[in-house]
Design a protein around this ligand. Structure first.
Ligand code: PRX
Length: 571
């Protein structure tokens, strides 16, 4: 990449002289800033909301500015505390205990956030599900987590296969107009009756807070388990990287069904006491620019796929809006194209700051800080308190400019603590004290990290992580499909699209209608973002002698690349 670095601008950044701070940095200094350091009373919901609600100077500050095509609503810290207390009382009445898994399956809404904090306040573990999930995706997650309660809407309830979920004892319905009974709880009815006073369940820093399911290259989605301790890093990165100040208006575009939407759509902004804009509804360039313009958003955290769509929407659209409130823009989830950074400088007169992390890591690890020079195409450098390296498969560190496994030295606060129900899987992430990310990268002489790709078959489509195994499993449930192999195919706007290769069962003829029907089958059974955009019918799917689908080979064929070692290919 021979683009010139984009130099840091002078400014009142929260974290300055980062290289120097890094030398003597100790997480203990961040821990000391929390009230529990002295009081011993821990609960992330308290630090995030109640602490501000109990401060007379902040109580009436808007915490959440919600807007969707149907609805606009603002909640202050005081109101969010009261609503989440009510919900915590609702949960107590339904006998929800510390450690229980309570899942949320609903569109972004004020109710989501009230419920989310209510769950934390009783010491239970919140499991947010992306609203676009269909039956299979919902079943896999509720089954694995043995969730006892689900909060959802009557509309989405149709996608919950209750008969297959014996552990799911209670369902809270938002917008249900009937009496609460053994199984169903009427949200509005119960909330009306519930008290605004609630005694928070104090927990330990290592108690569970959140389960986020994410995809690997094999098997069903896995439950990434996060604990209250993660708040330390959510707070710190909100301060250093998002550069949040008390009077900021912040907007994170991610859905809370994904980790960015919780770590940076909930914890980081509110731990830092800023006003948080939440937008429901679909993406359009106009509505996104309007959200910035209308709310005077100052700090914006979004994703390359959205930025690329804004680039495509063209200059005319940008010019219709006043985006001058913005002072800091950041990106996550996929490689941030240097051209998009250049566009950002033209469109907003701002640099776009790339950040790298994963569901498993809980918070940002490698970033571009506001006072760092940006090398377009690089993810930046590790934050203070984090050591990153490129290692070989044996765990040895590699010298600069050599590609290898991007790995992080164990010991940062927001690291997942387990894979739910699967201790072996958790162990498999580590080698010699390094957490191995599954990404390949190199580090240049000056310590900047450059993303190269995934080392496994995980697909990243529009910044959403999709496991090929899940899609293949769904495909072969269709009566016409005999075998399936699924890969990510490079795409200029979406990063990758999902492409499936299938063989047909006897008696089925290849046709456009059949392909469309199969696509729909995945879309309505699993989820829209996991449905293959391309399906190609083949006579055979390459497999190893032990029967594993050779996705690598499919990908090489698709891209016209050399096929490499095919010695394990079956006849
Ligand atoms: O491959 C990397 C890519 O997204 C993966 C993590 O996905 P997920 O767990 O869904 O979390 C996404 C948001 C935290 C990584 O293994 N990824 C994430 N950020 C970047 C990235 N790839 C390139 N550049 C990034 N900044």
């Amino acid at each position: 990449m021979d683009m010139q670095p984009i130099l840091a601008r002078e400014g009142n950044h929260n974290l300055r002289n980062y290289e120097k701070i890094r030398e003597s940095f100790d997480w203990e200094d961040v821990r000391k800033t929390f009230s529990w350091y002295e009081s011993g009373k821990v609960n992330a919901a308290y630090e995030t909301i109640d602490r501000h609600a109990d401060d007379p100077a902040k109580k009436d500050q808007p915490a959440l500015i919600y807007s969707s095509p149907e609805r606009e609503e603002t909640l202050t810290f005081g109101q969010l505390k009261a609503l989440s207390n009510k919900f915590a009382n609702l949960l107590k009445k339904q006998n929800i205990q510390k450690g229980d898994r309570v899942f949320l399956f609903m569109p972004r809404s004020p109710e989501f956030y009230a419920s989310f904090f209510g769950i934390l306040k009783v010491g239970a573990i919140a499991g947010p599900l992306f609203e676009a999930f269909m039956e299979q995706a919902v079943r896999d997650r509720l089954e694995d987590s043995e969730a006892t309660m689900l909060i959802t809407t009557p509309e989405l309830l149709k996608r919950v296969p209750q008969e297959d979920l014996p552990n799911l004892k209670k369902i809270v319905l938002i917008g249900y107009h009937s009496e609460t009974n053994e199984k169903y709880v009427d949200y509005y009815h119960e909330m009306e009756q519930a008290s605004e006073e609630f005694e928070i369940e104090w927990v330990s820093l290592e108690d569970g807070m959140l389960l986020h399911y994410t995809s690997g290259s094999t098997g069903k989605p896995k439950g990434v388990y996060h604990v209250h301790n993660a708040m330390i890093q959510h707070y710190a990165t909100g301060d250093w990287v998002l550069d949040l100040k008390e009077d900021d208006i912040y907007w994170c575009t991610a859905d809370p069904g994904w980790v960015t939407g919780t770590s940076y759509g909930i914890f980081a902004p509110w731990l830092n006491g800023v006003t948080n804009v939440i937008r429901g509804g679909r993406f359009t360039a106009e509505s996104w620019y309007e959200t910035i313009d209308k709310n005077n958003v100052t700090v914006w955290y979004t994703a390359p796929t959205a930025l690329r769509k804004l680039v495509s929407a063209g200059e005319k659209v940008v010019k219709k809006y006043d985006l001058s409130s913005l002072r800091h823009v950041l990106s996550v989830g996929e490689p941030l194209n240097p051209e998009v950074i250049t566009w950002g400088v033209n469109a907003f007169n701002l640099r776009i700051h790339d950040t790298w992390w994963m569901t498993e890591t809980g918070a940002m690890l490698i970033v571009n800080l506001p006072d760092m020079d940006i090398r377009p195409g690089s993810m930046g450098k590790p934050i203070p308190g984090v050591e990153a390296a490129i290692i070989d498969n044996e765990g040895n560190e590699l010298p600069p400019n050599q590609m290898g496994n991007l790995a992080i030295k164990q010991g940062w606060p927001s690291m997942m603590r387990a894979i739910w129900n699967n201790p072996g899987k958790y162990e498999s992430y580590f080698i010699n004290g390094w957490y191995v990310s599954g990404d390949s990268a190199y580090r240049d002489e000056d310590g900047y990290f450059w993303f190269q790709g995934r080392l496994d078959d995980v697909i990243n489509t529009s910044g959403e992580r999709v496991g090929p195994f899940e899609v293949e499993s769904k495909l072969i449930e269709h009566p016409a499909v005999s075998e399936a192999g699924v890969i990510g195919k490079p795409d200029p706007e979406r990063g990758e699209i999902i492409k499936a290769f299938i063989t047909l069962n006897e008696g089925y003829q290849a046709s456009d209608e059949l392909v469309e029907e199969i696509r729909k089958f995945v879309k309505t059974g699993l989820s829209a973002h996991a449905a293959p955009r391309e399906i190609e019918i083949k006579d055979t799917i390459p497999k190893t002698r032990s029967g594993k689908i050779m996705r690598r080979l499919l990908k090489s064929w698709e891209l016209g690349l050399p096929t490499g070692d095919t010695s394990t290919l079956e006849e």
